[in-house]
Design a protein around this ligand. Structure first.
Ligand SMILES: O=C(CO)COP(=O)(O)O
Length: 247
């Protein structure tokens, strides 16, 4: 059975008072919860790790190098040192705001693995790529160039986040999600072998909300979600977690 994962990406939101959401999450988890991960901004990693109960903590980015002259950056070993266990790499906002290439994303994912972290590698097409029928081609190229050389179910998670669905309230149809997730699964099985390819968790991200989560989690090869806005408040994130637990 693949690991079900509900991951929350707080993006650049939250100062210390937001940590109370972790208490509310812990208090409201279902009896048999999926793996729940919260990725707060970097300054909150240490207090989040200290405070979280039954919730894993992840960062939102890491540098490719373990240390060095890179002002403002944070390395994977530094993240591991906080007690966090995951790191998002290749989010479309990083690719866009910071010009991150597939090669950089792959180097970050491999740096994360080397530090003992599990990277959550994000891929996804733009609206114009979808409209011109390039989605699977784009996803295939991103997978080929962004994923580490070797992966396992324990050290890699893949998140499909169509850029046009992020923060927009627009969600692909279940058929569209199924098409891409089936394609990703097949690509993973091809490249890494059927056992590894079948075991890696695939998350969907982009406007996942309490009212659409259950339908998304019904889709084959959707093993969970990477949630932005609706992960900021436990009152929104908990119903999504419950929907995943019941799927
Ligand atoms: O980018 C996302 C998670 O990484 C999705 O964000 P929203 O859930 O706010 O659309």
């Amino acid at each position: 059975m693949r690991q079900k994962i509900a991951a929350g990406n707080w993006k650049m939101n939250g100062t210390a008072p937001a940590l109370t959401e972790l208490d509310a999450l812990a208090a409201g988890l279902p009896a048999t919860p999926p793996l729940v991960i919260v990725c707060p901004p970097a300054p909150l990693l240490i207090p989040a790790v200290d405070r979280a109960s039954g919730i894993a903590i992840g960062a939102q980015d890491c540098h490719t190098a373990p240390s060095g002259a890179h002002t403002g950056d944070i390395s994977a070993p530094m993240i591991a040192d906080t007690g966090a266990s995951f790191v998002i790499v290749g989010h479309s906002e990083r690719r866009e705001d910071h010009g991150e290439t597939d090669a950089a994303v792959r180097a970050k994912a491999e740096a994360a693995q080397a530090a003992g972290l599990c990277p959550i590698v994000c891929i996804g097409e733009s609206l114009s790529q979808r409209e011109t029928g390039e989605t699977l081609h784009v996803i295939g190229a991103q997978l080929a160039a962004s994923l580490p050389e070797t992966i396992s179910a324990e050290n890699t998670v893949v998140a499909y986040e169509p850029i046009w669905a992020i923060g927009t309230g627009k969600v692909p149809s279940v058929a569209q999600i199924a098409e891409v997730h089936d394609f990703i699964r097949a690509e993973l099985e091809n490249r890494y072998g059927p056992d590894v390819g079948a075991a890696v968790s695939l998350l969907y991200g982009g406007s996942v909300k309490p009212d659409n989560a259950a339908a998304i989690f019904e889709v084959d090869n959707v093993d969970g979600a990477l949630v932005g806005g609706a992960s900021l408040k436990a009152g929104d994130f908990l119903p999504i977690i419950a929907a995943l637990a019941n799927s």
